[in-house]
Design a protein around this ligand. Structure first.
Ligand code: PMP
Length: 392
């Protein structure tokens, strides 16, 4: 039978799930040019406003002068430069772990860690709201794969009763579509009792949580605790650059270098990017005012949104979803905001469970109070226009 792709695409459209890529015509920032218009954006993960920071840009340019553009090979062949190495050492120091290993993307870091640690006969237990890359990694590993109820230590414990082989528990640190935190103080003892390893992907927590930006472990004062053996961070969010890392023991990192196919068989990230990230890592730690400003804006938004009667989730982070329900309504709300010059993404299944479509509003330390107020005013007006849900 010949391939027929049209039916799948038509179904996506009919279910209001068709995805469209906006084309950005300016650097990342709180105000961006899209389709010839200047828009106020609340949808990037540039939480600290570092993606276009002059010092980070300069470090990138100097990196290009020193190293050229491409790394030219995979890390194990001849693509691993002194710049990559210095960044790995700095990330190890930042996370307080013996070593860190750099990846080109968070997706690959997650695939690498899980598939290198587990195989047939092992067990992987994942929070059901984990990021797609973690779920894909679990499936790809060939281990027995099971999902526990969101942030529920007893659901996890019940699944641990029937584990076999090496057992890895995997959770987002900050859940990417809900913005809430993994309940690590409750999950760590469960993992320890079962002698399972715990892997935390803190893509959205590093730089944002903790006094020095140390992420969810600093937030819960668990940095010295040894229950989290595998710690993942991404660099394309609060760090404002691109790439990711896994931090952990000497043996863990050597295991990844020796066995992780998504590490071994791919070109290293451009060394200049490592130079840029080294600079942003400095700023993340030194410029604590960025986290304070971010928290201030988050509080202001939550206060205003609850006064408007919007349904928020229990999120203390810059990811502030507004629950809308149906896919069509989420799309319509996003379109109404766009007409007012405000960009916010409508997140729909399969990224989130059916019936929980939402606006995913994200804040940056670069936003101003006035911009947050503009968003609240626009939400008040557009939410009102949604009634009585004409698309349903
Ligand atoms: N983990 C989480 C929790 C994420 O939200 C994302 C994507 N934004 C990733 C991993 C993947 O990271 P990257 O974009 O660097 O591939």
């Amino acid at each position: 039978m010949p391939f027929d792709l049209s039916q799948g695409l038509a179904e996506r459209r009919a279910e209001h799930l068709y995805r469209i890529r906006p084309i950005l015509e300016s650097p990342q920032g709180t105000e961006v040019r899209v389709d010839g218009r200047t828009m106020l954006a609340f949808c990037s993960n540039d939480y600290l406003g570092l993606a276009n920071h002059p010092d980070v840009r300069r470090a990138f340019q100097q990196g290009v002068e020193q190293w050229g553009v491409g790394s030219g090979a995979s890390h194990l062949v001849i693509g691993h430069t002194r710049a990559h190495h210095q960044l790995e050492e700095a990330l190890a120091a930042f996370t307080g772990r013996p070593r860190a290993l750099l990846f080109s993307t968070g997706y690959m870091a997650n695939l690498a860690a899980v598939t290198a640690l587990l195989g047939q006969g092992d067990t992987v237990l994942e929070d059901r709201l984990n990021h797609a890359s973690l779920l894909d990694a679990g499936l790809l590993s060939g281990a027995r794969f099971s999902r526990y109820l969101h942030n529920d230590p007893s659901s996890l414990a019940s699944r641990l009763e029937k584990n076999s082989g090496n057992t890895l528990i995997v959770t987002d640190g900050v859940f990417s579509m809900d913005g809430d935190l993994a309940d690590l103080p409750a999950l760590c003892p469960v993992a320890r009792r079962a002698q399972a390893w715990l892997m935390v992907d803190d893509a959205h927590g590093f730089g944002v949580l903790g006094q020095r930006g140390g992420g969810i472990l600093e937030h819960f004062d668990l940095e010295a605790d040894d229950s989290v053996q595998v710690l993942v961070g991404t660099l394309g969010k609060a760090f404002g650059t691109s790439g990711a890392f896994v931090a952990g023991s000497e043996e863990l990192i050597e295991t990844l270098i020796q066995f992780a196919r998504p590490y071994i068989y791919t070109t290293g990230q451009p060394p200049a990017l490592a130079c840029a990230t080294l600079k942003s890592l400095e700023l993340v730690q030194q410029e604590t005012w960025r986290r304070e400003q971010l928290q201030h804006l988050i509080n202001r938004f939550r206060q205003g949104a609850s006064e408007l009667g919007l349904t928020l989730l229990d999120s203390p982070t810059p990811i502030q979803p507004v629950l809308v329900g149906s896919n069509a309504r989420a799309l319509m709300l996003s379109a109404l905001l766009k007409a007012k010059g405000i960009m916010v993404g409508a997140i729909r299944p399969p990224t989130v469970p059916a019936g929980t479509a939402r606006l995913r509003i994200t804040f940056s330390a670069a936003h101003t109070e006035a911009q947050v107020d503009r968003l609240l005013d626009a939400l008040a007006e557009c939410w009102h226009k949604l009634e009585p849900h004409p698309y349903e």
